[in-house]
Design a binder for this molecule. Structure first.
Ligand code: PLP
Length: 447
C-alpha cells in the first residue's frame, strides 16, 4: 500500500534523470527500499544483486558501517564549512592530501565539486584560465572522443559525444570537435591493436591540424569509455593519445569519473597506462555514492600557471558545497576501505567476473565480452558473423533490463543492446557467479 502511494507521488512529481518523461508517467518507478553489501531490496521486498553498483558508483558496497559512522561523526562535529574566505575543514585538507598521494605523478592539487558534470565543467574553465594566464586566450577549442560521456551540463555536454545530450538543448558545439572511438569490436580498421592505435593517432593529428594546434586548449578521454558501452581501448592507446598532446603542447584531461577508485583494478586507470594527465576528473567511487562529491586533480604546472595568472586577484570559480566536510569524511572512510583490502578484492572478483562472462561467449546472442577489473560489457547481436545489433525497434534494452530484474539482477542495458556490469568491489565469489548465472538465464529468455 505504502509503496503504491509513494510510486504515485514519484510518478506525478519527480522528474527523473535520463528518462522518457512520458514513459515514466505511464510506467512509474521501481522504488528501492534498502541495501546491504551488493544486494538491494525494493519496496515490494524483492531482493536483487546490484551488478551495476547503483550507477557505477557504490564501489565499497552498501551499508558499510565505517563510512556511516564517519558521516555521522562529521555531521555532529561540523556539518558544513565553506572553502570561501580562506576557511576550511580538517577532513577536506586530509582528503586532498591523501588523494594527491594516490594520484599519478604531480597531480598534487585537488578542487572538489559536487558531481562528475561540474567536475568536467571545472576543467573546461581551468583550461581556459590556464591558456589565458599564458597569454594564449585564442586556445579555446576542445577535442574529445566519439561515444564519450562527460556529463550533461550546458558546456560539458558538448564534450559528451552522444547526440541525445545535445539535441533540443541548444548546447554550444562550435568550440568542440570529435575523433572516432577506438571501439575495437566495430572499428573499420579491424580489431588489431596496432592498427587501431595508428588510425587514432593519425586522426587526432589530422583534427589538430584542421583546427590549428595554436587554437586547441585540451583533449579529453575516458581511460575506458563507460556510457558509450564499456569500450576498452587497446593497451597503449591512451598513452599514444597522451604523447600526441604532449608533442603539440595541448592539455590532456583524463575523465576517471567511472574508472577511478578501483573500478578497473588500481586506484586510477591512468596509472596503469604510465601517463600523467594535466588534469583528471573523478567522482562516483570517491564517496562510493553515499553522498555527492567529485574531485578535480590539477598538475603542478596547471595549478602554478593559473595561480600566477591570477596573481593577487581571485580565481573566480567555486561552489557553496565545494569540499563539503561530510562528503570529505565519507570519502576518507571509503579510502580506508579501498586501501584496507577492497581494491585487492575487486581485482580478484574482476578476474572471476571476466572469466564467468567469457563463459557466455558461446551463447547465440553474445557477440563480444570485454572489460577490465570490475567493469565489463556483453555486446549482444542477432548474427555473430555479421555482428548484427539487436533491432532497436524491439526496445531490447528495456526488455532485457526487465527480465534481468525479474531474475534478481540489476545490469545496465544500453540502448544499442549492450549489457554493462560494474558490481561493488566487495562482492563475494558466489555473488559474482550469481551475476553470471542470472545473465545466462536472462539471455536464454531473450532468445
Ligand atoms: N564523466 C564520466 C566519464 C561519466 O561517466 C559521468 C557520469 O556517468 C560524468 C562525467 C558525469 O557525472 P555526474 O553524473 O556525476 O554529473
Amino acid at each position: 500500500m505504502l509503496s503504491n502511494s509513494i510510486a504515485e507521488l514519484d510518478r506525478r512529481h519527480l522528474v527523473h534523470p535520463l528518462a522518457s518523461w512520458r514513459g515514466h508517467e505511464k510506467a512509474g518507478p521501481r522504488i528501492l527500499a534498502s541495501a546491504k553489501g551488493a544486494t538491494v531490496t525494493d519496496a515490494q521486498g524483492h531482493t536483487l544483486l546490484d551488478g551495476f553498483a547503483g550507477l557505477w558508483c557504490v564501489n565499497a558496497g552498501y551499508g558499510q558501517d565505517h563510512i556511516i559512522e564517519a558521516a555521522t561523526r562529521q555531521l555532529r562535529e561540523l556539518p558544513y564549512a565553506t572553502g570561501y574566505f580562506g576557511l576550511g575543514s580538517e577532513p577536506a585538507a586530509q582528503l586532498a592530501s591523501r588523494l594527491a598521494d594516490h594520484a599519478p605523478g604531480d597531480l598534487n592539487h585537488v578542487y572538489f565539486s559536487l558531481g562528475g558534470s561540474d567536475a568536467v565543467d571545472s576543467t573546461i574553465r581551468f583550461a581556459r584560465h590556464y591558456w589565458h594566464s599564458k597569454g594564449a586566450s585564442e586556445r579555446d577549442q576542445f577535442i574529445s572522443v566519439a561515444q564519450g560521456y562527460h556529463g550533461s551540463s550546458v558546456v560539458g555536454s558538448g564534450l559528451t559525444a552522444l547526440p541525445v545530450f545535445h539535441a533540443n538543448f541548444g548546447v554550444p558545439l562550435d568550440w568542440q570537435h570529435k575523433i572516432s572511438s577506438h571501439y575495437a569490436y566495430r572499428n573499420p580498421v579491424g580489431q588489431d591493436a596496432d592498427a587501431i592505435i595508428e588510425a587514432s593517432v593519425a586522426e587526432l593529428r589530422a583534427k589538430i591540424a584542421e583546427i590549428g594546434a595554436e587554437r586547441v586548449a585540451a583533449f579529453y578521454l575516458e581511460p575506458i569509455q563507460g556510457s558509450g558501452g564499456v569500450l576498452v581501448p587497446p593497451k597503449g592507446w591512451v598513452a599514444a593519445m597522451h604523447a600526441v598532446c604532449k608533442e603539440m603542447d595541448i592539455l590532456f584531461v583524463a575523465d576517471e569519473v567511472i574508472t577511478g577508485f578501483g573500478r578497473t583494478g588500481p586506484m586510477f586507470a591512468c596509472g596503469e597506462e604510465g601517463i600523467v594527465p594535466d588534469m583528471m576528473t573523478t567522482a562516483k567511487g570517491l564517496t562510493s555514492g553515499y553522498v555527492p562529491m567529485a574531485a578535480v586533480f590539477l598538475s603542478d604546472h596547471v595549478y602554478e600557471t593559473i595561480a600566477d595568472g591570477a596573481g593577487a586577484g581571485m580565481v573566480g570559480h567555486g561552489q557553496t558545497y565545494s569540499a563539503h566536510p561530510v562528503s570529505a569524511a565519507v570519502a576518507l572512510a571509503a579510502l580506508d576501505l579501498y586501501e584496507g583490502g577492497l581494491l585487492d578484492n575487486g581485482v580478484k572478483m574482476g578476474a572471476r567476473l571476466m572469466d564467468g562472462l567469457q563463459g557466455l561467449s558461446d551463447h547465440p546472442l553474445v557477440g563480444e565480452v570485454r572489460g577490465r577489473g570490475m567493469l565489463a560489457a556483453v555486446e549482444l547481436v542477432t548474427d555473430k558473423a555479421k555482428k548484427t545489433p539487436l533491432p532497436a525497434a524491439a526496445a531490447p534494452a528495456t526488455r532485457i533490463f526487465d527480465r534481468a530484474w525479474q531474475n534478481g539482477l540489476i545490469v545496465r542495458a544500453f540502448a544499442q543492446g549492450i549489457l554493462g556490469y560494474a558490481p561493488p568491489l566487495c562482492c563475494t565469489a558466489d555473488e559474482i557467479d550469481q551475476i553470471v548465472e542470472r545473465t545466462r538465464l536472462t539471455l536464454d529468455q531473450t532468445l
